[in-house]
Design a protein around this ligand. Structure first.
Ligand code: ZN
Length: 412
């Protein structure tokens, strides 16, 4: 394809006003997310296809809803990635896999008193998940004021109710009454006015923690035969699973910004699929399979993705060092706007050096999404999906306007 190259900028300086830098491309290209969800339907067994196939369009269109509501709450953005390298060279050795367990040991609290002081409540250092009881310390200005021992199961229930479930309900306030009901802490927040829970995990991304949760929600929707909810959650879990297959969704160098490769996120997950997926990739990936270990399944996906981060970055780095620098970026028109994007020839060389990686990750995503849908349906008792087939189109309540140009690509 003929490339306008930089010449265009020289010829039409006025257009510079319209220029966006890398990357106005959309995540997995919206294109990629839509395609992946659509192809996942064909992995399903006949009993499910009858329910899903009439909604191919819906499942495809709504594959991008989670990105559209990216700004709706701060709880949303962190569901799309995990910065595994934040957690050290071998994050899989130390990072808790279970969200509840992670919260039990690592949540701390701030209690705001009527006098205007801020007190902290921390789990005592050295506490392990094997402990029969959890020691909580009430602190002010770095000093322990009081401590108390709480049976581990009681504290775990407190965390589930007031921290974990609150998280999914997108709130982080804990009532003072909740503290007073926790045995052992009755005297803790003497003049508590309000309180919040804080945890160190979600800020670095919580994709593999969120996936089992939405899997559970989808299973419940099948169990309760909630047709529209089944469709919405199927479309959305497809989005998050697809994100988990993108290597750059698992690193803090998510857009090459730490290695002088800014823009590589959209290059890999948008530009390459848009150029090659339809004409070159084979998306017949076989049948969906039942997932026996849901938590392990999702962690394994991000682990596999993370193993590829080095290649994604290194290959482009090597290539950019030897490829003519004025032939790496080109200008193209997209949606009426002139944008800078990797040139097609440059993309082709990078794509070749990746040796099928993008296609393999897209294929794996398709298979995983089909398997997630199948597993939710099986775990719900394999309900008859005829009502799903007859459900006429569906909720647009979350069809929020796209604000894609301003987002961190990583968070999509
Ligand atoms: Zn996303």
């Amino acid at each position: 394809m003929k490339q306008p190259h930089f010449l265009l900028a020289g010829m039409l300086p006025g257009l510079l006003l319209w220029l966006c830098t890398f990357p106005p491309l959309l995540p997995w290209g919206f294109f990629g997310h839509r395609l992946i969800n659509k192809m996942a339907v064909f992995t399903l067994p006949p009993e499910m296809i009858t329910g899903f196939k009439p909604h191919l369009e819906y499942l495809s269109d709504h594959a991008v809803d989670p990105d559209k509501r990216r700004y709706a709450t701060h709880f949303e953005a962190v569901r799309h990635y995990i910065d595994l390298d934040h957690w050290g060279a071998n994050p899989f050795d130390s990072l808790p896999r279970d969200w509840t367990q992670a919260l039990v040991l690592n949540t701390h609290y701030e209690i705001y008193t009527q006098k205007g002081d801020t007190l902290e409540v921390l789990v005592a250092p050295g506490t392990t998940l094997d402990s029969d009881s959890i020691r909580l310390e009430l602190m002010a200005n770095g000093k322990v004021l009081q401590d108390c021992l709480i049976p581990a199961e009681v504290y775990r229930a407190f965390v589930i109710e007031h921290v974990r479930n609150a998280y999914y309900e997108e709130r982080r306030l804990i009532s003072c009454a909740a503290w007073r009901k926790l045995p052992g802490t009755e005297s803790f927040p003497l003049d508590c006015e309000s309180s919040i829970a804080l945890e160190p995990f979600s800020i670095h991304g919580m994709l593999p923690y969120f996936l089992p949760q939405i899997q559970y929600q989808l299973t419940e929707a099948f169990r309760l035969r909630q047709a529209t909810r089944i469709l919405r959650l199927s479309a959305e879990i497809g989005h998050y699973i697809a994100d988990a297959h993108v290597p750059l969704h698992t690193t803090k160098n998510y857009n090459g910004q730490l290695s002088g490769q800014t823009g590589i996120h959209a290059f890999w997950e948008s530009r390459l699929p848009e150029l090659y997926a339809i004409e070159q990739y084979n998306f017949f990936v076989g049948k969906a399979t039942y997932i026996t270990d849901i938590q392990g399944f999702y962690w394994d996906i991000v682990r596999q993705s993370h193993l590829l981060v080095d290649s994604v970055l290194r290959l482009e780095k090597q290539l950019s060092a030897v490829y003519p620098s004025d032939a790496q970026s080109c200008f193209e028109e997209r949606l009426g706007v002139i944008v800078r994007t990797p040139c097609t020839d440059y993309a082709q060389v990078y794509h070749k050096s990746l040796n099928g990686m993008v296609e393999r990750r897209m294929r794996a995503a398709i298979q995983a999404i089909g398997s997630a849908w199948l597993t939710a349906w099986v775990d719900a008792g394999q309900p008859e999906l005829t009502p799903l087939r007859d459900t006429v189109a569906v909720l647009d309540e979350q069809n929020l306007p796209v604000r894609s140009l301003r987002v961190r690509p990583h968070e999509e």
